[in-house]
Design a protein around this ligand. Structure first.
Ligand code: 13P
Length: 246
């Protein structure tokens, strides 16, 4: 039985006082019988680490560089994230693939850099609406995952995978549990062909997960938790989702 994992992706939201209130709300609402983490903007990682000292809630970042170190202005290395105590880093989020033109290979290289420093990459894959409508969902997510499998080889079992259909992100349109489960099963099969650890790996669903649809999604055989955007910004909503995973 895989323990569920619920991760809040704060994206580019928050400020010091709002973050403090949100984290205080989560501390009060927990603990849950699920692994829980928040992935916060870079400037707030250190303060989040402090606020979560001694708590069962893990924290992480939303991106990292594929480079080890050097003259890469504006980039943040996975060594730095490890230095701050980050447990997770999201890589390949569709917003980065779309707005920063991140390729499948760059995403895979970022995942590799994270693992090299003991930070667990949460690798996002997902199709756009046009791709779904063209019947290319499987093709797209398998291509995205294949780059990661090829690059990480025997370490692939160490990642967390997240299926986030682009058309469901921030739109209020959620994939139905059947739609999500179908893609998760495809991804699990691809992982099974690559590693013996596939059945122990967690595949999260992300895209308009809310307090009222989380339980149904998490009940699916291959959905091992969620990557939560908007609903992670409200302690009350996020805790209901964490409870649904418990
Ligand atoms: P929403 O939950 O706001 O749709 O965002 C999902 C997401 O992109 C999490 O990474």
């Amino acid at each position: 039985m895989r323990k569920k994992l619920v991760v809040g992706n704060w994206k580019m939201h928050g400020n010091r006082s709002a973050n403090a209130a949100l984290l205080a709300g989560l501390k009060e609402a927990g603990p849950w019988n699920a692994d829980v983490a928040v992935c916060v903007p870079f400037p707030y990682i250190a303060e989040t680490a402090l606020a979560l000292t001694g708590q069962a809630i893990a924290f992480g970042a939303q991106d990292c560089s594929a480079q080890e170190q050097g003259a890469f202005t504006g980039e943040v290395s996975s060594a730095m994230l490890a230095d701050l105590g980050c447990r997770y880093v999201i890589v390949g989020h569709s917003e980065r693939r779309a707005y920063h033109h991140e390729s499948d290979q760059l995403v895979a290289d970022k995942a590799k850099a994270a693992l090299a420093h003991g930070v667990t990459p949460i690798v996002c894959v997902g199709e756009t609406l046009a791709e779904r409508e063209a019947g290319q969902t499987e093709l797209v997510v398998k291509r995205q995952l294949a780059a990661v499998i090829h690059t990480l080889t025997h370490c692939i079992g160490e990642i967390v995978l997240a299926y986030e259909p682009v058309w469901a992100i921030g739109t209020g349109l959620t994939a139905s549990p059947e739609q999500a489960q179908a893609v998760h099963a495809v991804l699990r099969k691809q992982l099974q062909a690559a590693t013996q650890k596939a059945d122990a790996m967690r595949i999260l669903y992300g895209g308009s997960v809310k307090p009222d649809n989380a339980a149904q999604l998490f009940a699916c055989a291959d959905i091992d938790g969620g990557l939560i955007g908007g609903a992670a910004l409200k302690a009350a909503d996020f805790s209901v989702i964490c409870r649904a995973a418990s």
